[in-house]
Ligand binder design. Structure first.
Ligand code: CA
Length: 224
């Protein structure tokens, strides 16, 4: 089931959105402030985030910035006020995927949501190859030189996070938030151990890694 996080503090609008999207067959969760929204979104349990800009606690732009910084890739559809043209640009610059101007019609909103979900589904890579490695996302398998290699679910998730963020430095905190979830207690050392195992499994040289590189003082970067 497709899960949507609705972030809206005005109860009337939130309830209307919840009803409408539930009727459309989505599973909906509502967050009424930016702090709750950030916490929920970082679990990665949603397929799309509908994010109002004007929120108590932390505004939608700040939420968007924080989620993207944490490496979250969930599509974000911003709800912006008509009078605030700059919000749209700022939202898109901060990593929102699209916006709808308030007041919006339910039909327009549904169409935007569908388009965004379709786009997100299409961009999902089915197969990713680097070096002698083939990552088959459709089957959840990894092959090294054509031979299947057993990965734990966490290792697979971690590799997926790296591949999606290809070429970008990810801090250990970002890796923890994206792989384990922000509420989990995972130490930097555990992240390092998993990366060491992953390097071994993808045939990376631990002394001089080609794919999962250390970036001194910052974290790791996948170059594949
Ligand atoms: Ca609001």
């Amino acid at each position: 089931m497709t899960r949507i996080l609705v972030v809206e503090d005005e109860p009337g609008i939130a309830l209307g959105l919840e009803d409408d999207l539930t009727m459309e067959g989505y599973e909906v969760e509502v967050a009424g402030d930016g702090i709750t929204a950030t916490r929920l979104a970082k679990t990665g349990a949603f397929d799309l985030i509908l994010l109002d800009v004007m929120l108590p606690g932390k505004d939608g732009l700040e939420v968007c910035r924080e989620l993207r910084r944490a490496g979250l890739k969930t599509p974000i559809l911003m709800l912006t006020a008509k009078a605030r043209e700059a919000e749209k640009v700022e939202g898109l610059e901060l990593g929102a995927d699209d916006y709808v101007t308030k007041p919006f019609g339910t039909r327009e909103l549904r169409a935007r949501i569908k388009a965004l979900l379709r786009r997100a589904g299409e961009s999902e890579p089915e197969l990713c190859c680097f070096g002698d490695v083939e990552v088959d996302f459709a089957r959840g398998e990894l092959r090294l030189g054509g031979k299947a290699v057993e990965l734990t679910p966490i290792e697979f998730k971690l590799l997926d996070v790296f591949i999606r963020a290809r070429g970008r430095v990810l801090s250990r905190d970002q890796l923890i938030a994206s792989t384990w979830g922000p509420e989990t207690f995972t130490s930097a050392r555990i992240v390092d151990n998993h990366i060491a195992n992953l390097r071994r499994k993808i045939g990376d040289d631990p002394g001089e890694p080609r794919f999962l590189r250390n970036v001194r003082g910052l974290g790791y970067r996948f170059d594949g």
